[in-house]
Write a protein that binds this ligand. Structure first.
Ligand code: F6P
Length: 356
């Protein structure tokens, strides 16, 4: 028998609990292993905290709330001086008597924990999650589908109020380096412009597009989706340091919201919506649940086959596994400016920037 640990690391997203549930279910019922949940990722590991997870404990009178619960029951953190504390982490891993550790994380967490695992000789298996969908070598990561649906829903809601007041709605979405969320939800939600980190854009061209909508098509309202890491030719990004010392971006949505009226020949009224952490919350979509279930069970099978230092991934309609080394080397996976969805956006007449 084995004792395996599981933790969720980095920003949370919908579908994490479903993945935890799948790991516990498969590890206990198919293999008879013990599963320990490590709270708050490396923080819990350092403190040698572990919660015994079993199916009975996860159920509430036979109803399983984990199917539909957002966030992570284990808690998470995207902070900490993990690499400086490798030795301490190693002592904890051994003290907990773990035979393997399953890490549900984005590329940042997977990179750091792989480093720790390699130094300590731990048996590590990764499961990709992120609303940014920028983990390399997997077409899908847990959380992305739900976030796309959340943003699309917001855009649909904003359409009606925009149209009622003839306004341009600027919607700032998450995505510091990758624009997958903005691109997918922008197309699905009927955006007129989608500004993403991978394709620089020009404010005058954006305004020209909005003017054209009014002049040519009589469309007096518009939706502009901007990813938080989108870059203007004018370099309008400003940074600030938050209370935990993280450098953060500020102001791209505000900037666009101010520039559109300033740059237009006829009066245009704009409003800004910053969706923020709403995008990380909510009930996981059916797609994310099924993906999390497939990833969780496949991760357990990797442990059973002793195939470590690998990540489960979704490729061509099925779950495969890929070396973590390759994932890390190729992440973040950015939007291909010449890719299919960018072309789709252009074909729909959506303004998406200046790399044509
Ligand atoms: O990596 C996921 C993500 O949601 C990014 O899109 C966003 O910039 C960041 O997390 C925000 O993280 P935090 O939880 O630190 O505010």
């Amino acid at each position: 028998t084995k004792r395996i640990g599981i933790l969720t690391s980095g920003g949370d997203c919908p579908g994490l609990n479903m993945a935890i549930r799948a790991v516990v279910c498969h590890a206990t019922s198919a293999y008879g292993w013990e599963v320990l949940g490590i709270p708050y990722a490396t923080q819990g590991l350092l403190e040698r905290k572990a919660i015994a997870l079993n199916l009975h404990g996860l159920d509430l009178h036979g109803i399983d709330p984990l199917l539909s619960m957002g966030g992570t029951i284990l808690g998470s953190t995207n902070k900490g001086d993990t690499l400086a504390r490798i030795d301490e982490l190693d002592v904890s891993y051994r003290a907990l008597g773990l035979d393997a550790l399953i890490v549900i994380g984005g590329d940042g967490s997977l990179t750091i924990l792989r480093e720790v695992a390699r130094k300590g000789g731990w048996n590590l298996v990764g499961i990709p999650k992120t609303i940014d969908n920028d983990v390399a070598l997997t077409e899908r990561a847990i959380g992305f589908d739900t976030a796309v649906n959340t943003v699309t829903d917001a855009l649909t809601r904003l359409t009606y109020t925009a149209a009622s007041h003839d306004r341009v709605m600027v919607v700032e979405v998450m995505g510091r380096t990758a624009g997958h969320l903005a691109l997918n939800s922008g197309i699905a939600g009927g955006a007129d412009a989608i500004l993403i980190p991978e394709i620089p854009y020009s404010v005058p061209k954006l305004c020209q597009k909005l003017q054209e909508l009014r002049d040519k098509w009589g469309r007096k309202f518009a939706l502009v989706v901007v990813a938080e890491g989108a870059k203007t030719a004018e370099g309008a990004l400003s940074c600030y340091t938050d209370s935990l010392g993280e450098v953060r971006l500020r102001g791209i949505g505000q900037y666009i919201t101010e520039q559109i009226p300033a740059c237009s020949s006829t009066p245009i009224e704009t409003r800004l919506t910053i969706l923020g952490h709403v995008q990380r919350g909510g009930i996981p979509s059916a797609g994310d649940r099924a993906l999390a279930a497939a990833f969780g069970t496949a991760a357990v099978d990797l442990v059973a086959r002793e195939q470590f230092d690998r990540m489960v991934a979704w490729q061509n309609g099925e779950v495969v596994s890929v070396p973590l080394e390759a994932v890390i080397a190729q992440s973040p996976a950015l939007v291909d400016p010449n890719g299919c969805l960018v072309q789709t956006a252009r074909d729909l007449g959506i303004y998406i920037g200046e790399n044509e």
